[in-house]
Design a protein around this ligand. Sequence first.
Ligand code: GLN
Length: 271
Amino acid sequence: MKKFSIAMLSMVLAGSMLLTGCGGSKTADSSSDAQDSSTSTSDTADYKLATEGTLTMATNAYFEPWEYYDGDKIVGIDPEVAQAIADKLGLKLEIMDMDFDSIITAVSAGKADMGMAGMTVTEDRKKNVDFSQTYASAIQAIIVPEGSDIKTADDMEGKKIGVMQGFTGDLNCTEQFGEDSVVRFNKSAEAVMALQQGKIDCIVIDNEPAKKIIEANKGLQILDSKYSQEDYAIAFAKGNDGLRDAVDKALGELIDDGTVEKIMNEYIVAD
Ligand code: GLN
């Protein structure tokens, strides 16, 4: 993990140098564009990027092990896979942390090139963004205090269910149990506190973050009864086919050569 932290630090430093560079020499940059189009992959590739030469990833970095802060660095499975994709495309990687609910808007508006945030492919989201191939699967887990009378997903009927705003746990529970049953939080730590204080009866969240929550908080457990099966993919602005195809090809190669699995094994300990 140490090796990785250093790698991420240099990425962050490279990112901030890049930002400084852009801010300080905007006119010079744009005039040199016309003269030399071979300096960056983005000039020759069949896609536009939010920032030239940089793959900008929008995420919500409160979703360990997929993305989370280690000090002031954003680390996790998604940043590592994104870095490997950026390397293949000859681009720098920049990560923008935002509310999960803002990711699709940022990508659609071209502020970020892709959304990568353990994001589940849903029919509704497909109306607003295009997705890459899927690179991981997940299950919605149910966290309860030890001794809870909630033993299965159906037992959540009539209970106060803690969910993260806009996550699939929110969407699914709202649809199944109704608006009055869900209590929405922006950060899982807030939901955990509410569960420990008895303000809610359970939390529905993706299984790997659920395991991290259980590890860090005594007295809570994950039910054997799972809620829903989902697939994660990377989101792109609708119609940004050139970039989606390039990232998708790179991602496919990283899946095929075992890189994605290797990265996941670094962060996910088998049950
Ligand atoms: N997989 C869930 C979803 O897509 C949660 C994702 C996240 O919080 N990063 O809604």
